[in-house]
Design a protein around this ligand. Structure first.
Ligand code: F6R
Length: 593
């Protein structure tokens, strides 16, 4: 949540920061702002307003050329969405300019303890940081003023700080929120995500918590908060600029839906060397030694976790519990004697999961993260990490990361099992089935007929029920239609009261054994006026079914069944002319609890 980018070097800072903010807009888009050094007036200009990065691009057209600056795109936490609360914020004399991602829990206490005489121009926690630095800089060297401030903060932060008295430096610091330092020929770029560095940096270093950075045009030094130099290793950036563009597609979401077959193939390629699994054997050993596996996650990742539970229980016969991270962290259930924890998280930065991990580490439980970002905080802090290799997912509503999480969970489940089938082949067939469906899909026409109501239901049993939960979330997120994913047999126990003439009910059917049961439930809602729609695999198909997918391995049906539902959400949002890649009120990386 919130994206920050800073640049210092021998290039156009405005361009680099605006490009970076555009790539980071998935992290929040309530407001955008930028600060650039103005040679003529020897101070930092500030441009900011509520709204998207495009508005900032327009308003900074005539900004003075600068080689140093910082920028921000906001997902509001403290204070309304308005110009005053937009970043960058500044200290009273405007000496210190700051952008911040995170939440400072004790900002009111700090305000009353240290800043009772200061004038504030916003309601944000961030401005308190700028004012504190200015207060301490009256008596301390600027670097000490910053680290003294940092030591007082409770909460989370990724910060960039400019000092108008010394425009040849950017200061940065990180605790809990992500921050990456990039090094390139033209200078130093510091940003919340690697994506903002592509094209400007050749190497990067993902900062550790409680580090403090001093960046100059051609040099960057990283310290701990006691000013001891850290020997930071910079790794080459392997991401391609094409990964961050929409290519031939109208939206990132559509592009990412179409990437799913290649993501599955990439996962197979990365996790198998011929028939040998490349997964660290210690992970499998530690899981096998456990008496119960706990999967913790949020949102879409939690839905992937539910599929993972079924796969692990059926293939490996180890009991699995799935918990919502934000509940687990503060209401920890009774834990078995030898637990193993899997934290499923695309971003690897979700604050609710971080709270869980802190707790799990306290008890020294073994933990595995399944993430899309190997450099992320959770990936680095857990005992083990498995990457999902989905590539950058820019649409806020997740599609390919979900499929990738399910595919990696399937591989883990398979590696825990007696290996009675060929997982590589099964996954490859799933990729083919998705590809075949995508090459001839007509979801646009199908959706127009019936998604005209304020509410909608997905029903299914077993794995299809779990896919229905994800399908419902996707439709809610981007079309704002109130949707519920429901266990097909459960609807009649109360919720069927909501079915009216024309209420859309979408059935997901991929298991021949319970095909008839789900179809009976469809009849029940049809009798009450529901408009029904079926997404099925070929082994379950009947003549009038609207979407029929090629049959895949019975444990991998979620991989294919979810795809038509993603498109259904996409076209419903498109029909309503909504902003598909940036739905209202959301942000991709949820770094607040
Ligand atoms: C919805 C979506 C979210 C995330 C959730 C957890 O499309 O992507 O529900 O799954 O916010 O985020 P991660 O997976 O990064 O922990």
């Amino acid at each position: 949540m919130c994206g920050i980018v800073g640049f210092i070097g021998n290039n156009d800072a405005k361009q680099i920061i605006l490009n970076g903010l555009t790539r980071l807009e998935y992290r929040g888009y309530d407001s955008a702002g930028l600060s650039l050094f103005n040679q003529r007036y020897q101070n930092f200009d500030i441009y900011k307003d509520e709204g998207r990065v495009q508005k900032l691009i327009d308003s900074t057209k005539n900004a003075a050329y600068s080689n140093v600056g910082i920028g921000h795109t906001r997902w509001a936490t403290h204070g309304k969405v308005n110009k005053e609360n937009s970043h960058p914020h500044y200290s009273q004399s405007r000496r210190f300019i700051i952008v911040h991602n995170g939440v400072i829990d004790n900002y009111q206490d700090l305000k009353s303890q240290y800043l009772s005489n200061a004038n504030f121009s916003s309601d944000t926690d961030t401005e308190v940081i700028a004012q504190l630095i200015e207060t301490f800089a009256q008596t301390l060297h600027v670097e000490n003023a910053i680290t003294t401030t940092l030591k007082l903060l409770h909460g989370s932060y990724a910060l960039l700080v400019l000092d108008a008295n010394d425009p040849e430096k950017i200061y940065a610091a990180k605790y809990k929120s992500p921050l990456i330092v990039g090094h390139g020929e033209s200078g130093i770029t510091i940003a919340s995500d690697l994506m903002a560095l592509i094209g400007y940096s050749d190497t990067y270093h993902a900062l550790e918590d409680k580090t403090f950075v001093v960046a100059r045009r051609d040099d960057v030094k990283i310290f701990n908060l006691d000013h001891q130099l850290i020997d930071a290793v910079f790794k080459p950036i392997e991401m391609d600029a094409a990964d961050t563009t929409k290519g031939e597609f109208a939206h990132y979401m559509l592009k990412e839906i179409h990437e799913q077959p290649s993501v599955i193939r990439r996962i197979v390629g990365n996790y198998y060397d011929y028939d040998a699994s490349t997964i660290n054997p210690e992970i499998i050993k530690s899981m096998r030694a456990s008496d119960r596996i706990y999967i913790l996650a949020a949102g879409t990742s939690m839905h992937a976790g539910l599929i993972g539970k079924q796969l692990i229980e059926q293939l490996a016969e180890i009991p699995v519990e799935v918990h919502i991270a934000s509940e687990f962290a503060y209401q920890m259930p009774l834990i078995s004697k030898k637990p193993f924890f899997i934290l499923v998280t695309q971003s690897g930065e979700t604050a609710d999961l971080r709270a869980c991990l802190v707790l799990l580490k306290k008890y020294q439980y073994p933990t595995l993260t399944i993430t899309n970002v190997a450099t992320s905080t959770l990936a680095r802090e857990a005992s083990y990490n498995l990457e999902i290799f989905a590539g950058p997912e820019i649409a806020v509503a997740s599609t390919k990361a979900y499929v990738a999480q399910v595919a990696v969970l399937a591989i883990v489940a398979f590696e825990l099992s007696a290996k009675t089938f060929d997982i590589k082949d099964a996954l490859t067939k799933a990729a083919l089935s998705i590809e075949k469906f995508l090459s001839s899909e007509k979801m646009d026409d199908l959706v127009r007929n019936f998604l005209t109501r304020r509410n909608c239901f997905f029903i299914g049993r077993g794995l299809d029920y779990y896919v229905g939960l994800e399908a419902a979330l996707k439709l809610k997120e981007i079309s704002y239609i109130q949707t519920e994913g429901f266990a097909a047999g459960e609807l009649k126990h109360g919720t069927i009261a909501l079915i009216e003439d024309g209420t859309p009910v979408i059935a997901l059917i991929s298991n021949p054994e319970i095909n008839g049961n789900t179809r009976s439930n469809l009849k029940e809602v049809q009798a009450r006026g529901a408009y029904t729609f079926k997404i099925v695999t070929s082994d379950c198909a009947q003549p009038d079914d609207e979407v029929v997918l090629d049959q895949v391995h019975p444990l991998l049906t979620a991989l294919v069944m979810v795809v038509p539902t993603q498109l259904l959400a996409y076209y419903a949002a498109l029909d309503r002319s909504y902003d598909i890649d940036k739905p209202r009120n959301l942000a991709k990386s949820v770094t607040v609890e």
